[in-house]
Design a protein around this ligand. Structure first.
Ligand SMILES: C[S@@+](CC[C@H](N)C(=O)[O-])C[C@H]1O[C@@H](n2cnc3c(N)ncnc32)[C@H](O)[C@@H]1O
Length: 763
């Protein structure tokens, strides 16, 4: 095995992308796949639905900082420009200087035609392509590739095939009816009566409206050759730059197609070594394809890898995950700030999470329920959404689901599932049921207590369901870790949460009483114990805490829960908040983040403003720092309940209101109240995904604080706001970026938290 660089790429015998020829007769057509019963009556409603006319494609105005906005305004145009050679190779153009790089308009799929004609739909969504090179990654963590688009000839062929099939179907139907009539002794076919409806229109005039029977001619939409994309962009979950894959396209959107991996033919070096996965210096490993083994589920710890919508990065090393996240931040600044802001060389390495698995203190699995009701249905799948189809992982989808198979045993909770048990879990995750949810028995990025709570709640759902206690709508189950120090005052009342489910003989008796599942299992009423079993808890020792800490898993949205946070500033603090309100979900990385934020507010800071403060995490932590340099902290937050808890959290941790106060309202409200000296004030911004309002940024710039630390869970809106602040506000040009750094709050997933530090320029 030898590693060769991009410059040597031309000498290497890399596989060429090829399309597998479509053979419509070999596969069930889209319409057949959905057809549940025999031959359709061409005049039935179902048949009419099959021939839709003028369905509109989805709207395409989206927030430019959303994943779709970034994909269409930045990632795709960039890919077409940077991989122009690849585009020419696909188009069969030898002299790649002879054409200009394609633009986004050249790759638009004719969605209106696709959704309105079964044949066109077949031509777009049935395709298989071999040796597709994954060129780069989207910020959402999927592999991106440029692929051949369907040819006009193929589209016509598919249309004809679909047309012929439908005609044949109509003939067969007529034959069948004729035969039935003959058998019943009706020799002559009744003539179709022309039905006339009298319809009243404006002014009381009666107009005759003829009832037109549905046409027996299959519907066929005219597709124009000039409306076809020159090439297509494929989104390939679970693939990384440098992978070569055989793919199946299964869904066409305006700007891209969704594809699933059938198999890998070359593996990305990211899977072997800790090297950069950057698109500009993709390195290839020359491997004999015949020696390649597909990546097996056992290669990663989670049983659901490859089919679950979370944790797509599990098959690459943690160092490479951090590297990819750094690249996402660079790309975001490249896109939203380009040359207008001096950010180059200021993006530093992503800070690792101490826990790589077992870190999430909150999980929210859900289940779907059909509108038609739950009568006769088994227990729903409780888990997370599908991502990809996992066919390359050799999941046996056709295996019959067996309710009596033992479920994963949680009595010896381990971080990794025993290997021999995982296959069963994958198979069971696809048990037949309505909706697009995977049945997840255990999620290993959850903390131990959250995983145990999950197992209890699955059992509870099963028991309630079988007793007829069923929700009429889909339900999201909250699983939130709650930490209580045993010897604290009032600790006993605070130890509540998910309870073990006692087995009873009722379990298998299904009745159909539809009651609402209020999902409230957290009361600590011991009378319930016989029925409900004891509260599941873990008692652990925590460094720096005197006494044992009890962890429980809370499922009631409205209960008050606690987290114990090591601030990284010499103290461990207790934070209380409402279980379903925002609180950081990875407790293990908080000491690093809080210390980093505090250090970057500067040693001269005496006053602190915490905008978008939630329940006071940063304010209270910094106000309680043992070096206690901050004279006064003011937090602002839109949620009334969060403000209430921010105030309580200050008191709880012995910080007076004079020292640390909070106001409720939009972030800009703080400028009405603030009287801090600007040259001694630091500001923390931690807005939601959509970023800050312009009004707020303008007022912030007028206020002119000494330093600004901007924490964000959406680096794209952060980059946009930073550019706006520096270029568009009154005092913005007095500031510069000092540093930008990612923090990995969510290992194994594509999410990254970015912290940007803005400082006043030296005079
Ligand atoms: C990402 S959270 C950060 C919370 C806090 N800094 C923490 O780490 O726990 C963002 C917070 O901003 C609040 N928020 C949303 N829009 C706001 C606005 N216009 N003004 C003030 N707060 C807002 C939300 O309620 C949420 O608590």
């Amino acid at each position: 095995m030898s590693i060769i660089t991009n410059s040597d790429k031309s000498n290497m015998n890399l596989p060429i992308q090829e399309e597998v020829e479509l053979n419509i007769n070999e596969k069930p057509s889209q319409q057949e796949k959905h057809k549940k019963k025999g031959i359709l009556n061409p005049k039935s409603n179902a048949a009419k639905r099959k021939r839709p006319t003028h369905r509109k494609p989805p709207r395409s105005d989206f927030d430019p900082t959303s994943p779709l906005g970034v994909l269409t305004s930045f990632e795709i145009p960039n890919m077409l420009k940077n991989h122009h050679e690849k585009v020419c190779q696909i188009l069969g153009i030898k002299d790649f200087k002879s054409i200009e790089p394609l633009t986004i308009n050249d790759i638009i799929n004719p969605v209106r035609d696709i959704i309105n004609d079964v044949g066109v739909l077949d031509a777009f969504n049935w395709r298989e392509l071999k040796n597709v090179e994954v060129l780069c990654m989207s910020a959402k963590g999927d592999g991106l590739a440029i692929i051949k688009s369907p040819t006009f000839e193929n589209i016509l062929k598919c249309q004809n095939e679909a047309h012929e099939k439908e005609k044949k179907e109509i003939e067969e139907y007529k034959e069948k009816i004729k035969k039935e009539r003959i058998e019943q002794g009706i020799l002559e076919e009744e003539e179709e009566e022309e039905k006339v409806n009298n319809v009243k229109i404006d002014g009381g005039i009666t107009k005759k409206r003829y009832y037109r029977p549905p046409t027996e001619e299959p519907y066929r939409r005219i597709v124009k050759k000039e409306n076809l994309p020159k090439v297509q962009i494929a989104i390939i979950p679970f693939a990384f730059p440098g992978d070569f894959v055989n793919i199946k396209v299964y869904h066409t959107n305006t700007h891209y197609v969704d594809a699933e991996i059938i198999e890998f033919t070359h593996l990305s070096p990211l899977r072997f070594k800790n090297i950069s996965g950057r698109s500009e210096d993709v390195v290839k490993i020359d491997i004999d394809p015949s020696s390649l083994k597909p990546i097996k589920p056992n290669d990663v710890p989670c049983a659901y890898f490859g089919i679950c919508s979370g944790c797509q990065y599990q098959s690459i090393s943690y160092e490479n995950q951090l590297e990819i996240k750094k690249e996402v931040i660079e790309n975001a600044y490249q896109h939203f700030c380009r040359d207008e802001v001096n950010w180059k060389g200021k993006i530093f390495d992503t800070v690792a999470s101490p826990l790589k698995y077992g870190y999430r203190t909150k999980l929210t699995p859900h289940y779907d329920v059909p509108r038609s009701g739950t009568k006769g249905l088994g227990v729903p799948r409780l888990g997370f959404g599908f991502r990809g189809k996992g066919s390359w992982l050799e999941i046996n989808k056709n295996k019959k689901y067996d309710e009596n198979e033992p479920v994963y045993d949680n009595s010896k909770l381990e971080l990794y599932h025993p290997l021999n048990d995982r296959k069963g879990m994958r198979e069971r995750s696809l048990k037949p049921y309505f909706g697009d949810v995977l049945d997840i028995e255990d999620c290993i990025i959850g903390t131990d207590i959250v995983r145990l709570g999950f197992i209890n709640e699955r059992e509870r759902l099963k028991k309630d369901w079988n007793r007829g206690i069923r929700s009429k709508k889909g339900v999201t189950v909250l699983l939130r870790e709650n930490s209580v120090i045993n010897n604290e005052e009032g600790s006993e009342e605070r130890i509540f949460g998910s309870r073990e489910i006692l087995k009873d003989n009722d379990d298998d008796n299904v009745n159909n009483n539809d009651n609402n599942n209020n999902n409230n299992h957290d009361d600590d009423n011991t009378d319930n114990e016989e029925e409900e079993g004891p509260i599941t808890k873990l008692e652990i020792e925590v460094d720096g805490i005197d006494g044992i800490v009890t962890k429980t898993c809370v499922t009631d949205n409205q209960k008050i829960v606690s987290d114990l946070v090591d601030t990284g500033l010499g103290r461990i603090l207790r934070f209380d908040f409402i279980a379903n309100e925002f609180f950081q979900n990875n407790n293990s990385i908080l000491p690093k983040v809080i210390k980093y934020v505090k250090d970057n507010l500067g040693s001269e800071m005496e006053y602190l403003v915490d905008a978008y403060c939630g329940s006071g995490l940063f304010s209270v932590a910094i106000a309680s720092s043992i070096d206690n340099q901050v004279k006064k902290v003011l937090g602002v937050e839109i949620s009334e309940r969060a403000v209430e808890f921010a105030k309580k959290n200050a008191i709880l941790n012995n910080i007076s209101q004079e020292h640390c106060d909070f106001i409720c309202g939009k972030a800009e409200k703080l400028f009405e109240k603030i009287d801090f000296p600007k040259n001694k004030t630091g500001v923390i911004l931690d807005p939601p995904r959509k970023g800050c309002d312009d009004v707020f940024l303008k007022q912030l710039s007028d206020f002119e604080p000494n330093r600004i630390v901007y924490v964000s869970c959406n680096v794209h809106s952060q980059a946009r706001d930073v550019k706006y602040f520096l270029n568009e506000t009154n005092n913005g040009n007095k500031y510069e970026i000092e540093s930008i750094r990612g923090f990995d709050f969510f290992p194994q997933t594509h999410h990254v938290e970015s912290v940007a530090v803005l400082v006043k320029k030296a005079n």
